[in-house]
Design a protein around this ligand. Structure first.
Ligand SMILES: [Zn+2]
Length: 316
């Protein structure tokens, strides 16, 4: 069976695995992302990570058909360039050219959310569907779109950034410089911000106790309180889901996918959370019963979607 390497570069760590053509991972390693170092150091780290997983899987470089890398930011795949990644402080980084100095192999790079969308489409919850919308709810809101079986990236890979569609004019400040972006309301960071605000106003809410037990205010605090029937917790979760669902309906109205896949840490809240989004979608999507329904599902590959999707970049 053919073997590939998938690499997922994140803000905290770089993960890599040997992936077979049917989506099995043979060996997986990670190392810290040294965000204070230049891209040359990161490239060397990625290469060393590749060597480690090869040794671990008892394979040689010759056994690998290609290397796919998922990276945050705007990725110009055709040129092999990271155009812009603010978290890594990278501007016009020629990652592919640099990597080829170490290993002259078939290599492709793509945006990390796009890779996760590809991974879920090929091996996870989106398997068998030609039109998928993928959304990851984490520190930010990442999106990826599979349109008629193909990844939609826009010109020079700079599109598909639905986290930065404004859902509220003059709303909360976003990291991109605008106000009221979907990301500023639907990310886990936004949920934590709203939870903290509510806690300051309400000394009586059970959320204080929950946060103390967990050691901090997290994306789980309000959900936990809501399950325990705390009125403030319920109010925050309801509003948060409404913000997520508002963006989801916008995207359904544009792409009319078969499935909407929800990933990221918040999706761990489980099926009842997904059901809440589905109910809103059923009620507000354009055309109601006349137009095809989009099914909202939970991502199934979790943290491995990025690695598997990155590997799939070199699988044709
Ligand atoms: Zn924004």
């Amino acid at each position: 069976m053919k073997k590939y390497i998938g690499v997922d570069v994140g803000g905290m760590s770089i993960k890599a695995a040997v992936v077979t053509e049917d989506g099995q991972m043979l060996s997986k390693y990670s190392c810290p992302t040294q965000t204070d170092k230049p891209y040359t150091v990161m490239t060397e780290n990625i290469y060393n990570l590749c060597l480690s997983i090869l040794t671990d899987a008892d394979l040689k470089k010759e056994d690998i058909q290609g290397v796919g890398i998922g990276c945050p930011g705007t990725i110009w795949r055709e040129k092999g360039i990271i155009t812009f990644a603010n978290n890594l402080d990278f501007y016009n980084v020629p990652l592919v050219k640099e990597f080829k100095k170490y290993w002259n192999i078939n290599i492709q790079i793509e945006n990390d959310a796009n890779c996760a969308a590809l991974g879920e489409n090929k091996f996870g919850s989106g398997k068998g569907y030609k039109d998928c919308v993928f959304i990851t709810l984490g520190t930010g809101v990442g999106t990826g779109f599979i349109v008629d079986g193909k990844l939609f990236t826009g010109r020079r890979g700079a599109g598909a950034e639905a986290g930065h569609m404004v859902i509220r004019i003059d709303g909360e400040k976003c990291t991109c410089g605008r106000r009221g972006c979907w990301e500023a309301y639907a990310s886990a960071s936004a949920l934590i911000r709203e939870t903290q605000k509510a806690m300051q106003k309400n000394p009586d809410t059970i959320m204080h106790k929950i946060a103390q037990e967990h050691g901090k205010v997290s994306g789980r605090t309000a959900f936990e309180a809501s399950k325990q029937n705390d009125p403030e917790g319920k109010r925050i979760v309801k509003r948060y889901v409404k913000y997520i669902a508002c963006g989801v309906v916008n995207l359904i109205n544009i792409f009319r996918p078969e499935v909407v896949i929800i990933g990221g840490g918040v999706s761990n809240e489980g099926q009842y959370f997904i059901d809440m989004i589905q109910r809103y979608v059923n009620r507000y999507h354009y055309g109601k019963k006349l137009n095809p329904k989009a099914k909202v599902v939970r991502a199934s590959l979790l943290n491995d979607a990025g690695i598997l999707g990155a590997a799939s970049l070199v699988m044709e």
